[in-house]
Design a protein around this ligand. Structure first.
Ligand code: ADP
Ligand code: MG
Length: 128
């Protein structure tokens, strides 16, 4: 017998008018698994999280949490929490400075050349 997934997507799509944010998502997160969604900016990661949280409804398919179809269940009645990405950003810093913030705090100190290079690699990886 297979354990009921903590999170399951069955044939999920989300469209905003003419824009298809995600489509054909089938996903099963096993109980207590630690999962990261990785992909370039705009590939639909946040849209998937918002559908788990109940902040968006799928255009197609179903989202299950611990085996329960979440259709029609509002965010405050779902057994999940969401940290919104804008809270992780410093509004007074630009993109590069936000990305390199942690490297600037590192002790022993890194050279600004290394900080710039590593931040650049991270930005390139996510195509920002
Ligand atoms: N509210 C919205 N209205 C219109 N298009 C949206 C909306 N939210 C997201 N999109 C579009 O859906 C796609 C996926 O966005 P998103 O889920 O934010 O990607 P990611 O989090 O992976 O960067 C992008 O093309 C984005 O422009
Ligand atoms: Mg996002």
């Amino acid at each position: 017998m297979t354990a009921v997934p903590d999170i399951e997507f069955r044939g999920v799509a989300k469209r905003y008018g003419a824009v298809t944010a995600v489509s054909g998502i089938d996903l099963a997160v096993p109980p207590s698994a630690f999962v990261a969604l990785l992909g370039p900016s705009g590939c639909g990661k946040t849209t998937c999280l918002r559908m788990i949280g109940g902040f968006e409804q799928p255009s197609e398919g179903q989202v299950f949490i611990r085996g329960q179809d979440m259709a029609g269940t509002p965010p405050y009645r779902r057994p999940v929490n969401m940290v919104f990405q804008q809270y992780a950003l410093f509004p007074h810093l630009d993109v590069e400075a936000n990305v390199s913030y942690g490297l600037r705090q590192a002790r022993p100190r890194l050279s600004s050349r290394e900080i710039g290079q590593r931040a650049g690699e991270a930005l390139e990886m996510v195509r920002l």
